[in-house]
Design a protein around this ligand. Structure first.
Ligand SMILES: [Zn+2]
Length: 91
């Protein structure tokens, strides 16, 4: 795990309040989370990470729980979320 540091801190996702060690995700993962934030219409997270990218560029990194990263970027989770929202919009 040379590309990741494990440490304590605050998870980037505002919806997360879990304690536990965080993982630092690098540029490639940062961009992936932004893509998912856009798909999720999660403006708060999207602009937060975009700000990190803007200020840190290639060195950008974000701290997240590994589980948070996995579920946030999971295509199945996003599909379910979008399907649910679509249901709300039409009801
Ligand atoms: Zn978290």
């Amino acid at each position: 795990m040379a590309d990741a540091q494990i440490h304590d801190g605050k998870c980037l996702l505002s919806t997360c309040s879990k304690p536990g060690p965080l993982k630092t995700f690098k540029l490639r993962a940062v961009k992936k989370v932004i893509e998912c934030a856009i798909e999720r219409h999660d403006d708060a997270t999207c602009s937060k990470i975009q700000a990190v990218l803007d200020s840190q560029g290639e060195q950008a990194s974000i701290d997240l729980h590994k589980n948070c990263y996995c579920s946030y970027t999971s295509k199945d989770h996003i599909r379910n979320l979008v399907a649910k929202k679509r249901k709300w919009w039409h009801s």
